[in-house]
Design a protein around this ligand. Structure first.
Ligand code: C2E
Ligand code: CA
Ligand code: CA
Ligand code: CA
Length: 277
């Protein structure tokens, strides 16, 4: 099995043995992190390309480890997906995001928050009901939330994913297809699923100023989205040339380091005040 480095510890993927002592210790580390406030929710803005207005923010998880510092999600999310623990992380993200959203409202105006779902969430028949309870308890409308789902998470079991996505859509959540274009999957589901938005993968966006085929893929995806009545977001916008090009192509929203990096809630509030000034 391939060796991966996670938070300074070696463990084995993809054939994770759920009873191995390394797996158990990582799982208990993550449980400890969740219970002891070591997890952080960072926000990265999405702006309307036409007006520059901040319209949404993507919630991205971080693990602030007391010894190891800020651990990026790619070092523990794949592991959390394999063990199923990711479902608890998703619930924590919703609870935290709902609180933050309420904190943003009085001074900051309306803003959508995007949350990443894993295939485990889509396969869980109780997931829509759990989200519904969180929204009710925190008194936030599901329409304030956009759920980002990758093509591969859907393609694991399209029928079950479809059932979950229909329930979530009926509850009022907005749905976005993340990393669009990387999944090699059929376009048929775009017609079948209650999707609101396509998110063009950053691998296409980042190189579109240099690579002619990437530029064509981005343009075609924007046109496809609009022809289907969907909104379209580009991620990985790292410079002004890309942002200008996306505006020219009528891409609705842009997200990337050129606009802002993911940041903690307080910094986001300050950033937004400066951006709007
Ligand atoms: P993603 O959903 O595709 O998120 C976008 C990633 O691109 C983020 O990395 C973000 O920081 C990064 N990014 C944003 N703008 C730029 C840019 O201009 N250039 C470059 N090179 N990168 C940019 P991050 O935060 O490290 O997250 C990585 C992945 O981890 C996410 O990819 C998502 O798949 C997963 N992830 C993060 N948070 C969560 C979570 O709460 N739940 C789940 N299930 N997955 C999460
Ligand atoms: Ca995402
Ligand atoms: Ca993405
Ligand atoms: Ca991704």
């Amino acid at each position: 099995a391939a060796k991966n480095k996670i938070a300074g510890v070696l463990f084995y993927t993809p054939a994770l043995d759920s009873s191995s002592s390394l797996t158990l210790s990582l799982l208990s580390d993550l449980r400890y992190a969740l219970q002891n406030g070591e997890l952080r929710l960072f926000l990265q803005p999405k702006v309307a390309t036409a007006t520059g207005q901040v319209v949404a923010a993507e919630a991205l998880i971080r693990w602030r480890h007391p010894q190891r510092g800020l651990v990026p999600p790619m070092e523990f999310i794949p592991f959390a997906e394999q063990t199923g623990f990711v479902r608890q992380l998703t619930i924590w993200m919703f609870e935290t995001a709902a609180q933050q959203w309420r904190g943003l409202q009085p001074t900051e105006g309306h803003l959508r928050i995007a949350i990443n779902l894993s295939t485990r969430d889509l396969m869980d028949p109780d997931f829509p009901q759990r989200l519904s309870s969180i929204m009710q308890e925190s008194d936030v409308s599901p329409s304030a939330f956009c759920l980002e789902i990758t093509e591969s998470a859907i393609m694991d079991d399209p029928q079950r994913a479809e059932a979950t996505l229909y329930k979530l859509s009926e509850q009022g959540f907005k749905l976005s297809i993340d990393d669009f274009g990387t999944g090699f999957s059929s376009l048929a589901y775009l017609k079948r699923l209650p999707v609101n938005e396509l998110k063009i993968d950053k691998s296409f966006v980042m190189a579109m100023d240099k690579d002619e085929s990437d530029a064509k893929i981005v343009k075609s995806t924007i046109d496809l989205a609009h022809n289907l009545g969907l909104s379209v977001v580009a991620e990985g916008v790292e410079n002004k040339v890309l942002l200008d090009k996306l505006r020219e192509l009528h891409c609705d929203e842009a997200q990337g380091y050129f606009i802002a990096k993911p940041m903690p809630f307080d910094e986001f509030v300050e950033w937004r005040a400066r951006w709007n000034a």
